[in-house]
Design a protein around this ligand. Structure first.
Ligand code: MG
Ligand code: ZN
Length: 223
C-alpha cells in the first residue's frame, strides 16, 4: 500500500463532488471564484473592497473558510451579502463536500457571483477542486518575489494572480516585476492585477474585470 494511492483516491472522490457543485452553479448561472493564498495576504480585505465596488452591480454570495474562527465571516456579513461560514476545525484546506453543504444554505437563484475564501495555505488548496470556475491566487508583496517559484502548483492552477499590498513596496526588498515574471514563467496565461486593498489603488481594474467575467459567464450556453 502506498500513501500516493490513498491520496489519489481522496482527490478522485473530491473531484467527483466538485463536478456536481460545478453543474449546480452552472444551472443557476453563478460564476464561482475560489480565492487562495497564504495566511495574511489580504483575501478578506480584498473581498471587502470587491463588495464595496460591485455589490450594487451584481448579486454576490460569499463562502468563508476558516480553520478556527468566524472573524472573517462577520466582517463580510456586515456588508449585507449572504455569507456562509465553514469552520474546518484545524483542516488546512476546503474540500468539495464542504462546499456542497454550504451551497444548500445559499439561494443560488439570487446570486450572480460566488466568492469562496479558502483557508490560508499555499499548498493543498491547489489540489482541491471545489467546483469553481476559476482560482484566484492572492500574493502580497510582503511575502517576497520568490513565492511563485516555491509554490508553483498554486500559480499553475490559477487563472488570476492578484498582487496585493503594493502600497508597501517602498519599504520592501521585493521586486514586483520579478514576482510577476516568476509567476508568468510558471503560468503564462495568468491574468495579473497589481493593487492595494488598503489604499484601493488598482482595485477598480480587478472589480471591472470581475463584473465583465460574470456577464460573459451568464451569456455562455449552460453546459
Ligand atoms: Mg481571511
Ligand atoms: Zn490541506
Amino acid at each position: 500500500m502506498s500513501l500516493l494511492t490513498i491520496e489519489r483516491k481522496v482527490l478522485e472522490r473530491n473531484d467527483a463532488i466538485a463536478e456536481k457543485n460545478r453543474e449546480t452553479l452552472h444551472k443557476h448561472g453563478v460564476f464561482c471564484v475560489n480565492i487562495v493564498s497564504s495566511p495574511g495576504s489580504g483575501k478578506t480585505t480584498l473581498i471587502e473592497r470587491t463588495l464595496e465596488g460591485v455589490k450594487n452591480l451584481i448579486r454576490i454570495a460569499v463562502i468563508e473558510g476558516d480553520v478556527q474562527t468566524d472573524l472573517d465571516a462577520r466582517r463580510i456579513a456586515a456588508y449585507g451579502v449572504p455569507t456562509v461560514q465553514i469552520v474546518t476545525n484545524g483542516g488546512c484546506h476546503l474540500e468539495a463536500h464542504l462546499i456542497a453543504d454550504a451551497l444548500n444554505g445559499i439561494s443560488l437563484a439570487d446570486a450572480d457571483l460566488l466568492l469562496i475564501e479558502n483557508v490560508g495555505n499555499l499548498v493543498c488548496p491547489a489540489s482541491y477542486d471545489l467546483g469553481e470556475e476559476i482560482k484566484v491566487v492572492v500574493l502580497s508583496v510582503t511575502e517576497g518575489d520568490d513565492k511563485p517559484l516555491k509554490y508553483p502548483a498554486m500559480f499553475r492552477n490559477a487563472a488570476v494572480l492578484v498582487v496585493n499590498k503594493i502600497d508597501l513596496l517602498p519599504y520592501l526588498r521585493c521586486s514586483i516585476d520579478t514576482l510577476v515574471a516568476n509567476a508568468l514563467g510558471i503560468n503564462p496565461r495568468l491574468k495579473v492585477f497589481r493593487l492595494s486593498s488598503a489604499t484601493s489603488e488598482g482595485v477598480e481594474a480587478w472589480t471591472s474585470w470581475l463584473v465583465e467575467s460574470v456577464a460573459r459567464h451568464r451569456k455562455e450556453p449552460s453546459a
